[in-house]
Design a protein around this ligand. Structure first.
Ligand code: FPP
Length: 247
């Protein structure tokens, strides 16, 4: 039995794999796009909850680099949804102090959507209440690979020595560089995997899985996940006794 006290710390960075839209729609005999639309409301719910709970960073997995394999119709519906969400929500998000950031390989998106993403990032750049990172065409392996490519280029250019490449340097090249460490990684929809999301950052994150389908995930659900996190003991490789005496 461990004697260490549970962590009293509130999460500073929460990430979510928003899964279950398709099944939610299927249960209602509706197309998958209906589920994605409902999922948009759940995004609003968690943003509101993070603002209320004073969580400074929220990272959402909206579209993985593997999601292009879905039927063309579904990919098209998701793109339309992203454009509509940007057109409708950015002003209100900004009024609440939300800073939006898109992470992933944005070059794959068509010009109008890319422009909207860049405009939303610019328009909200000065906000500091809540940072919302939206991962689109994102993969954790891609993120690590692009960081390594930058370092390799620096070596080739003579700005960096091979022996200076370490974890901190790779970290600095990742798309979430400079943001607080990931504390809590949530996955909805009853699956137990990371699906290539934030692989590097998940190293010491607390994982929280729930059967709730994403469109049903509301503010109370997020509060339950945070309450669960607060009672976890985070050891970072130490023993429970060491953690207890360092508090
Ligand atoms: C996974 O559910 C969900 C997605 C691939 C898309 C996520 C998109 C949203 C929640 C839309 C709103 C987002 C923003 C940022 C405006 P799934 O389709 O894999 O569900 P299934 O496992 O039940 O099939």
């Amino acid at each position: 039995m461990t004697t260490a006290a549970p962590s009293e710390h509130r999460p500073r960075h929460i990430a979510i794999v928003m899964d279950g839209n398709g099944r939610w729609a299927k249960a209602r005999h509706r197309p998958r796009s209906f589920g994605h639309n409902a999922g948009r409301k759940a995004v609003r719910e968690v943003i509101e909850a993070c603002l209320r709970e004073r969580v400074p960073v929220l990272t959402l997995f909206a579209f993985s680099s593997e999601n292009w394999r879905r039927p063309q119709e579904e990919v098209g519906a998701l793109m339309t949804l992203f454009v509509r969400a940007l057109d409708k929500e950015v002003d209100e998000l900004s009024a609440h102090g939300v800073r939006l950031r898109f992470i992933g390989d944005l070059t794959a998106f068509d010009q109008p959507l890319r422009e909207r993403m860049h405009a939303a990032m610019q328009a909200t750049a000065a906000n500091a209440q809540l940072q919302v990172n939206v991962a689109v065409n994102y993969g954790g392996r891609w993120d690590i690979a692009q960081a390594c490519r930058q370092l390799a280029q620096a070596v080739v250019d003579g700005h960096l020595q091979l022996q200076d490449i370490d974890e901190a340097r790779i970290d600095q090249g990742l798309t979430l560089a400079g943001q607080p460490e990931l504390d809590l990684l949530i996955r909805t929809g009853g699956e137990y995997r990371l699906s290539n999301f934030l692989l590097w950052q998940a190293a010491y994150a607390e994982l929280y899985f729930t059967d709730t389908l994403w469109p049903d995930f509301d503010q109370a659900c997020l509060q339950r996940a945070i309450a669960d996190f607060v009672h976890r003991e985070r050891r970072f490789g130490c023993t429970g006794e060491q953690v207890a005496t360092s508090d």
